[in-house]
Design a protein around this ligand. Sequence first.
Ligand code: MN
Length: 199
Amino acid sequence: MFKLPDLPYAYNALEPYIDEATMRVHHLAHHQGYTNGLNAAIEGTPYAGKSIEEILGSISPEDTAIRNNGGGYWNHSLYWQIMSPRGGGEPGGALQEAIDKHFGSFADFRAAFKKAGLGRFGSGWAWLMKDGDRLYICSTPNQDNPLMSFVDCPGTPILGMDVWEHAYYLKHQNKRGNYIDDFFDVIHWAEVEKRFNKA
Ligand code: MN
């Protein structure tokens, strides 16, 4: 059975960038819903007892309930971790060097990541990916993610940004770009760098 992971900070900790009401409903309603849906979808199947990474890596596009709920479970588990009340700024260190090398500068990376988030029509995610020595940006629809072999950009995400309206609508209404700008003020670069070093 998968369990809703605790937030690593209080619901109001990301104010003023991400508001408390959004965090509460996002974690307690949406993420809990994906967790329950995932447990219901794998019960009595060969996926029961497997890790979420194993499950997402082996499903097919037609496994709709596991695809949507398992994706939602994993995506949000990452999303809470890569934000922090002490976040924002620039990563520094080896990750900063890699970003400079692959995108030109941190500002260029930020613009490209924002564009990926704005360009996702409807609901989905933007990802910063590491593939061997290479960093790149991609986006997936709905609750898909790069652990699924059938998406456009399979691989290892080290940063994920939720661009579903439920992630920002209470505070930012329809202004997804403002949410993305605020998201950059809470990115927990130390956590992203940990994933960068491990990938
Ligand atoms: Mn979400």
